[in-house]
Design a protein around this ligand. Structure first.
Ligand code: F6P
Length: 543
């Protein structure tokens, strides 16, 4: 058995779990009436109510003991100092430096990274202002009216999520599109009604080698040159790149003067506030972008400086560990009650699952405990009319985060009251359910009672903010980033590598020529894969 499972803090939590066992949230609230006002934490404009979780007043203390035993605070401090905590790639992990104010300095491997960050931010600001003001002209002298970000994974999900989340603050006279999928449909639809003379492509790729992004970028190049009469000099006015790979950018034909860099210590899924956020800055403007960075930084400081017992991301991360390892919960749901956050669950899927979907520890030992939960979700209230049935009455325990706002960005009649009433009603229903006695008292027919019973005792956390602003978005994303960090530290895994994406990429590279060759490829696969390749070739008129 692993040292973690043998450890004192883990064993104490196991017996605590046995004690807490089937204690119902109904009883926990009845016995402890101030639970709803005490088991909460508030910071950086977020009110975090974790009282509707399957915990008692002892649990957070035991979980923070586990965090200390696992040296989580020391690991956190090492990250903030710029140590190479991403061991398998021998890299620092410094997304927190992306949002440090200009006045700060952080010297890592002999370089003041904060100075470098602000150098790039200044170039982004100058560029964004010139595009937004119309000063930046396309090849034929027309201003830019459509901006297409081409990227995938962290080079797409952060930008598209932030654009959608902050649409209310964005320029409406410039259209923003996001192309990620190598399915040609994605590019086709993003440019269908676009005028090449007014279109700017932002090619976002940390490595500038990613198959999907390179295929889409080459297609964009052809589309632009076709539309503008084939003059290669048009590229400079219609393509900019965001990358760490200057040679790759130059090789593609983009002037490196139009390249915005970042650094190997920014992981793809932690990069939306680096130059990868260029499309966000183009949409909302430099001042709003800066407000978002301030929100991120505020939460970073909270995570760094606050004791674990009142530390929002630490508590959230520890509760995720609690359910994953002591209740065997396999999934964790996130339900934002804001239409603007409709891409937030998809963004979180990469953040959480690419970070913590690991089967070995940093030392390379196979784990004998569950790691990263499957994160999923959809905005409420839509989810309520779809999969919430299973969350309420199904056989799985699904811890869930409900995210709500006090104020709407588009107040229409009483819509916000209706929306928020559902946040509160759902968490209440999930916690307390509906008993046989209540149903009987309502005169429900006996045969329907089993169907109408809600067992309750389904854990939720509620995160409320005043309104969705760039600053709120920054704090919310940093909250989840640091929750992910907390979980990874407990599990002793490397939350910052992603070797699991490599095998599929390599196999696809081998299969591409087998689909395209004139003559049938030599048999090189299992019988299923071989037959799928043969059928696809035949369907495309190849032998
Ligand atoms: O899917 C693997 C991955 O490396 C992600 O971690 C990353 O966000 C994405 O691909 C895109 O990579 P790049 O920015 O280098 O194109």
């Amino acid at each position: 058995m692993s040292a973690l499972r043998e450890s004192a803090a883990w064993k104490t939590l196991e017996s605590h779990r046995a004690d807490i066992g089937d204690l119902h949230l109904r009883d926990l609230f009845a016995e402890d009436p101030s639970r709803g006002t005490d088991l909460v934490a508030e910071a950086c404009g977020l009110y975090f109510d974790y009282s509707k979780n399957r915990i008692d007043r002892e649990t957070i203390g035991l979980l923070t003991d586990l965090a200390r035993q696992q040296r989580m605070p020391e690991r956190r401090d090492a990250m903030f100092r710029g140590e190479h905590i991403n061991g398998s790639e021998d890299r620092a992990v410094l997304h927190v430096a992306l949002r440090m104010p200009r006045s700060r300095s952080l010297v890592v491997d002999g370089v003041d990274v904060v100075r470098e960050v602000h150098g790039v931010l200044d170039r982004m600001i100058a560029f964004a202002e010139s595009v937004r003001s119309g000063e930046w002209k396309g090849h034929t002298g027309r201003p830019i009216k459509r901006i297409v970000n081409i990227g995938i994974g962290g080079s797409d999900l952060g930008p598209v999520m932030a654009y959608e989340a902050l649409k209310d603050y964005s320029r409406r006279d410039i259209e923003f599109r996001f192309v990620s999928n190598v399915d040609g449909t994605d590019f086709y639809e993003a440019t269908l009604d676009a005028d090449p003379a007014e279109t700017l492509f932002v090619v976002s790729s940390k490595t500038f080698t990613t198959l999907e992004t390179m295929a889409n970028a080459h297609t964009a190049r052809e589309w632009l040159l076709d539309g503008l009469g084939g003059d290669e000099s048009a590229i400079a006015k219609h393509f900019v790149a965001v990358s760490t790979n200057a040679d790759g950018v130059a090789g593609f034909g983009i002037d490196t003067a139009n390249m915005f860099g970042f650094w190997e210590w920014v992981g793809g899924r932690y990069s939306m506030d680096s130059a990868i956020g260029l499309s966000t800055m183009l949409a909302i403007g430099p001042d709003r972008f800066n407000e978002m960075l301030e929100g991120f930084h505020e939460m970073d400081q909270h995570f760094l400086e606050t004791k674990l017992e009142t530390n929002l991301p630490a508590i959230h991360g520890l509760l995720t560990v609690w359910y994953r390892n002591f209740f065997e919960a396999e999934t964790h749901a996130v339900f934002p009650y804001s239409e603007y956050l409709h891409r937030f669950p998809a963004y979180l899927q990469q953040l959480t699952m690419e970070s913590n979907g690991k089967g070995v520890t940093c030392a390379g030992e196979r784990v004998d405990y569950g790691t990263g939960a499957i994160f999923w979700g959809e905005p409420g209230t839509n989810g309520q009319h779809s999969f919430y049935q299973l969350v309420h009455q199904g056989t799985e325990l699904i811890p869930a985060d409900f995210i709500g706002f006090n104020h709407a960005l588009n107040p229409l009649g009483d819509h916000q009251d209706l929306l928020v009433s559902n946040v509160f009603a759902q968490t209440e229903a999930l916690a307390f359910g509906k008993t046989v006695e209540q149903l009987k008292a309502e005169g429900v027919e006996d045969r329907l009672i089993p169907h109408k019973t809600f067992l309750g005792n389904r854990p939720t956390s509620t995160i409320m903010a005043d309104r969705l602003t760039p600053r709120t978005l920054g704090t919310l994303v940093a909250f989840y980033e640091h929750s992910v960090f907390t979980q990874g530290a407990i599990w002793e895994i490397d939350s910052f590598d992603q070797w699991g994406v490599e095998l599929g990429k390599a196999l696809a590279q081998a299969i591409i020529p087998e689909l395209q060759s004139e003559t049938p490829p030599e048999p090189a696969h299992d019988s299923s894969t071989g037959e799928l390749i043969r059928r696809y070739r035949r369907a495309n008129g190849r032998q």
